[in-house]
Design a binder for this molecule. Structure first.
Ligand code: GCW
Length: 713
């Protein structure tokens, strides 16, 4: 054992105030704040043994070096032995552990599954072990996180197995580098420079994802370009796959359903046509010749203009199965999206996916998993859970969350998405009685699914800080954590993220955490209180647009959803209306069927309510709505104010960036409140209650408000 000398003076410099552009995400490996802390961890970090050789081991070694460099500000030279009985941190697969360590770990190692890991303190040493190389990488990241968050290592015992198998990012990135619903610059995939140039950002992307357990990425938009399936692009995709492989990240591609017609002029893309089936088989063979561990396809079909089996009178299952058969021999899967709806179908849009998929339960091949958005509409600020969860016992379903905030203020609003996700994940579907939570559907335990998964639509772009808003990184981080374990506590997630990304100072972490945890309800209040939905501006969805009406598609307007008139507002989804409620279990029908028992969060989602109806708060519906909009604005100002108190606690660069975005948020919250209340006020005809500020402009001003080139379309 040896002790390394640390320059005490260096450690005293005001490190946190140095400029920081956020590029390093939560892998900042911030310097230890004082000598005592540094000395404590130095004993361990100065004596690491890493056993084994593989590209992933190289990644582990490199990550340890980066971390040590950061923690000690380059004052010690990392030296990681590949065999040294005296190592205080031992990182080795269970098969590589020596007898002493095996004995110390005992039976525990048998509980490690898949890419899980065990970290155990025993007789002055820390052992990180796993059954796979990737498990070892995950374990290493977990240990580094403990050090980043300054936890004591003595007595540590952590056994972690992933609860969900497929933990994927979905990029809606186009081959021309624009990103659909992307607000952080252009696509990070520089297809033109691939395959020859592997940008450092790809590696850092893989590191970041591996550090939170993400093990797959679908790199292209679900509004798919068939070109990605041609050799020109497969070669490039293969280069990405090679770069990601040591990090345990598989690549997936989006498949355009009529690719056989586009690429090879087949007369049809009918999934039951033998020629078409042969085409997909050949295509799969070709893809696997480039990418031997290709994950499979993600498909958006029969939705928003995308081709699909409907074009040939076939079902979603028939469509999915043709692609599934093609990738099956190579171990590939198909993620088939349930986001299928059509403006020509006269039923309530939110009913359509269930109506179409439920009868197909059990009809999909065993390598198909149906990917379902969290709610039945479309990534609104708040939706009840999708009724397909719990309704497809014979067909594995995976979750699709949207990390990019298309309908939630886009990049400039701070909203802790994990709060929303937790609400959905913890919802009880009652599919098999009490305790049939969405989580239990997703982790496979409720229905015995063989495939399990969770996908997050990425918020990543070329912005130096990756996500536009610095706090957008927290959503990426939280997504990974929840995909690994949907039962994770969101307070802990945000707390860890703040510590790793900014500082361990509780005077920063606690107030910042408090802002984050209040941000979701705040946003819902100033955008869509009481169950309002889809009242954003047309097409780009930035800002309010409750007046959006007409045009080609009714189901893309706001009036379709709020149905405000002089008497009432809201969408009746009970028996007397669209009866979307019938898609839920009786427990929910009871609660949501009656406006008196419906939580206010979903009141106007399920009911039409008259403006003067007295609610449980004692307020009329109109007053309640107005007060909530006001509360949202005050919440946004509160966030701004709380944040301003943290000046000096972190680097100026990120502090200022967030402050400036909070200004935007507070201004846009007023914009939402004023325009929605002016617009809805025309119908209610009622005055604003006491406490609600007067709008800054008249309705006409908001109706005329236009912005060109809003990003992300
Ligand atoms: O919310 C909508 C978006 C579309 C997106 C679609 C989908 C990729 O406005 O841009 O298309 O969802 O999820 O397919």
């Amino acid at each position: 054992m040896y002790r390394l000398v640390i320059s005490f003076l260096l450690l005293l410099s005001p490190v946190i105030l140095k400029a920081n552009d956020g590029y390093k995400l939560w892998l900042q490996y911030l310097p230890f704040e004082n000598k005592a802390v540094a000395d404590y961890y130095q004993d361990y970090l100065g004596n690491i043994t890493l056993v084994g050789k593989s590209p992933t081991h190289e990644v582990i070694r490199r990550e340890l070096e980066i971390a040590i460099e950061g923690f000690f500000k380059g004052t010690i030279t990392p030296s990681i032995a590949d065999h040294n009985e005296y190592g205080l941190i031992w990182i080795a697969k269970s098969e590589d552990l020596s007898g002493t360590f095996k004995a110390a770990i005992g039976e525990k190692s048998k509980e490690i599954k898949d890419d899980g890991y065990l970290i155990k303190y025993s007789q002055g040493k820390i052992v990180v072990t796993a059954n796979s190389d990737i498990g070892l990488l995950y374990g290493t990241f977990a240990l580094l996180k403990k050090i980043q968050t300054r936890e004591k290592l003595e007595g540590m015992e952590i056994l972690e197995n992933p609860k969900i198998q497929l933990r994927l990012l979905n990029h809606w990135d186009n081959l021309n580098r624009t990103v659909e619903r992307g607000y952080a610059g252009f696509s990070i995939w520089n297809w033109h420079r691939l395959p020859h140039h592997i940008d450092q950002q790809y590696i850092d992307y893989a590191r970041a994802n591996a550090s939170i357990g993400i093990n797959g990425t679908s790199v292209t938009n679900v509004n798919a370009n068939a070109l990605v399936l041609t050799p020109e692009y497969l070669e490039k995709a293969a280069a990405l796959a090679d770069a990601f492989r040591p990090y345990g990240i598989k690549i997936y591609l989006t498949a355009r359903f009529n690719a056989p017609m586009i690429l090879d002029s087949l007369p049809t893309a009918d999934p039951l046509d033998l020629q078409v089936q042969a085409w997909w088989k050949k295509k799969a063979e070709e893809i696997y010749s480039y990418i031997p561990d290709f994950g499979g396809f993600l498909v958006k079909a029969d939705s928003e203009g995308q081709p699909g089996p409907h074009n040939y009178g076939r079902t979603q299952a028939e469509g999915a199965n043709t692609l599934a058969d093609a990738v099956k021999p190579f171990g590939g899967i198909v993620m088939w999206r349930a986001f299928v709806y059509n403006e020509k179908t006269p039923t309530d849009r939110i009913k359509q996916a269930y109506d179409e998929f439920k009868p197909l339960d059990g009809k999909f091949r065993d390598n198909v998993i149906v990917q379902v958005k969290n709610g039945p509409l479309d990534f609104q600020p708040r939706e009840p859970f999708h009724p397909l969860f719990g309704s497809m016992p014979e067909t594995p379903l995976m979750m699709e969350f949207q990390i990019t905030k298309e309908y939630l203020g886009q990049e400039s609003h701070w909203v802790n998405l994990a709060t929303m996700w937790e609400e959905v994940l913890q919802s009880d579907t009652y599919a098999k009685g009490v305790g049939s939570k969405v989580i239990n559907v997703l982790d496979g335990s409720l229905h015995g699914y063989k495939l399990t998964g969770m996908a997050g639509v990425s918020n990543i772009g070329t912005d130096r800080n990756w996500t536009g808003h610095h706090t957008g990184q927290a959503d990426w981080y939280a997504f990974g954590k929840l995909a690994w374990n949907p039962e994770s506590h969101i307070e802990e997630i945000i707390g860890d993220w703040l510590k790793m990304t900014y500082s361990n100072d509780p005077d920063f972490v606690n107030p910042a955490k408090n802002i984050a945890l209040n941000s979701y309800e705040t946003l819902v209040n100033y955008m869509t209180p009481l169950g309002l939905h889809h009242i954003m501006a047309r097409s780009h969805h930035w800002g309010p647009g409750p007046w959006v009406t007409g045009g080609g598609r009714d189901d893309w307007t706001a009036t379709y959803y709020h149905k405000a008139d002089k008497k009432a507002i809201g969408f009746d989804r009970t028996e007397s209306g669209s009866n979307a409620l019938a898609q839920y279990t009786p427990e929910w029908k009871n609660v949501w069927g009656d406006p008196e028992t419906t939580p206010m969060a979903f009141l106007l989602w399920f009911h039409r309510v008259s403006w003067d109806k007295k609610l449980s708060t004692g307020n009329s519906l109109w007053d309640e709505m107005a007060l909530r909009y006001q509360q949202g604005v005050e919440g946004a100002r509160w966030m701004q104010n709380e944040w301003s108190k943290l000046e000096g606690k972190i680097d100026t660069e990120r502090f200022t960036h967030i402050s400036s975005f909070l200004n935007i948020q507070a201004t846009e919250a007023e914009w939402w409140r004023d325009s929605c209340l002016l617009y809805f006020g025309q119908f209610s005809g009622m005055p604003l209650p006491k406490g609600v500020e007067k709008p800054k402009h008249d309705l006409q001003y908001y109706l005329n408000f236009k912005r060109n080139f809003v990003p992300g379309i």
